[in-house]
Design a protein around this ligand. Structure first.
Ligand SMILES: *Cc1c(COP(=O)(O)O)cnc(C)c1O
Length: 378
């Protein structure tokens, strides 16, 4: 049996939606992107949404739009997909990493406070923002981070790329802080092929983001009038139509994913050497992005992954810490031991196959092979 790590859920209606666009004259800058933005702002409970060509572009627009740049510092997590930190580097600012919580795998609010307290006045003045990630779909502790951002007068950015539909105490992810993002690469909860979106209540940030995503054009939209330096970060009409079609069944998609996660939880509950994902009590709804287990320390994780892949179970270590990526080591001198919890977790985690239509017999196969590999490599 072969079980892929992830697999997009495309139905006939999605295909018709994209084909429908191909039959019109509008392949870019048309009505579908506007419709998709409306759907996303209404879903996330924010006033504005600006659709772009990737989640990374959405993050970059936030950093640029907030005026964060050379000499500035942004507090963030080293346990994430690399884009959440790279967006800071794009604008020549510097990430200040703080370690994560062992349970939720999110940025540790206590450690962030301690770090900020320990900085000198001069160092503290450089810190402009707090960029918090909802890791693997789990909301971070937003009451704490909102309070810290207010106390230190920092901009608060939510990387909710993995958390479409998750809720913290009844409030949707993406709606915390000054701005948030969602991402639509095919392994995310919904996909547009490539794509991302910036969500915010800040009219000025939304206006700037719209301009910068389209070559710095002004509000008149005149094709050859450029008010500022911009990029081409636009989302096209085909992608937007796919996004609209997927959002029409978002509740069904999230429910399917919850069922798959619950099946894994149940079947793995008897496997002592495996820790299933921990969900914090303040999470009122969990939108599952990936299903990441943690192995006991004495098990050789890399051999387990190798064995599972050989047996047709596609799986990956999730994540390699950002500070240990080669160019971060080189640029900033990071080394092993800098963020011990992040490093410990990242040495023991495995993302198992996880997607909407994963079947029970496939899960049984994954669990059977996992159990066998644990016997072999402990
Ligand atoms: C997926 C993801 C992004 C954005 O990814 P793109 O591939 O650029 O759409 C950003 N941050 C995190 C945490 C992600 O998982």
């Amino acid at each position: 049996m072969k079980v892929p790590l992830s697999s997009p859920d495309i139905i006939e209606k999605d295909i018709e939606a994209v084909v429908g666009v191909m039959k019109t004259r509008f392949l870019s800058i048309g009505p579908k992107v506007v419709e998709f933005e409306k759907k996303m702002s209404s879903f996330s409970g924010t006033k504005y949404a600006v659709a772009v060509n990737s989640g990374t572009s959405a993050l970059h627009l936030i950093i640029r739009g907030m005026g964060i740049g050379e000499g500035d510092v942004v507090v963030t997590t080293p346990f994430s997909f690399i884009a959440s930190s790279n967006c800071i580097l794009f604008e020549r600012a510097r990430p200040l990493f703080v370690d994560i919580e062992e349970g939720t795998l999110n940025l540790d609010a206590d450690k962030v406070e301690k770090k900020l307290e320990s900085l000198s006045g001069e160092e503290l003045a450089k810190v402009k923002a707090l960029l918090v990630v909802d890791a693997f779909g789990q909301p971070a502790d937003w009451v704490r981070f909102t309070e810290i951002a207010k106390r230190y007068n920092l901009l608060l950015i939510e990387d909710s790329a993995e958390a479409l539909g998750s809720e913290y105490k009844g409030k949707k992810c993406g709606s915390f802080g000054e701005a948030g993002v969602f991402a639509f690469y095919p392994n995310k909860q919904i996909s547009t092929g490539e794509g991302g979106i910036l969500v915010t209540d800040d009219a000025e940030l939304a206006r700037l983001a719209r301009s910068i995503r389209s070559q710095g054009r002004g509000e008149s939209g005149e094709w050859l009038d450029h008010e500022r330096l911009g990029y081409n970060f636009r989302m096209d009409e085909l992608s937007s139509a796919l996004g609209c079609s997927q959002m029409e069944r978002i509740e069904e998609i999230l429910d399917k994913r919850t069922k798959v996660a619950e099946m894994y939880n149940e079947k793995l509950s008897e496997v002592e050497e495996v820790q299933v994902p921990y969900i914090a009590p303040y999470v009122s709804r969990m939108s599952w992005f990936v299903y990441v287990i943690r192995l006991d320390k004495y098990i050789n994780r890399d051999r387990v992954i190798e064995y599972l892949n050989q047996e047709g179970v596609q799986c990956k270590p999730y994540f390699t810490p950002i500070h240990l990526q080669p160019f971060y080591r080189k640029m900033f001198g990071f080394k092993e031991g800098d963020f011990p919890i992040t490093e410990d977790v990242s040495g023991r985690t495995i993302a198992l196959p996880f997607f909407n239509n994963l079947k029970e017999e496939q899960i049984d196969y994954v669990v059977e092979k996992l159990k066998k590999s644990i016997l072999l490599f402990s």
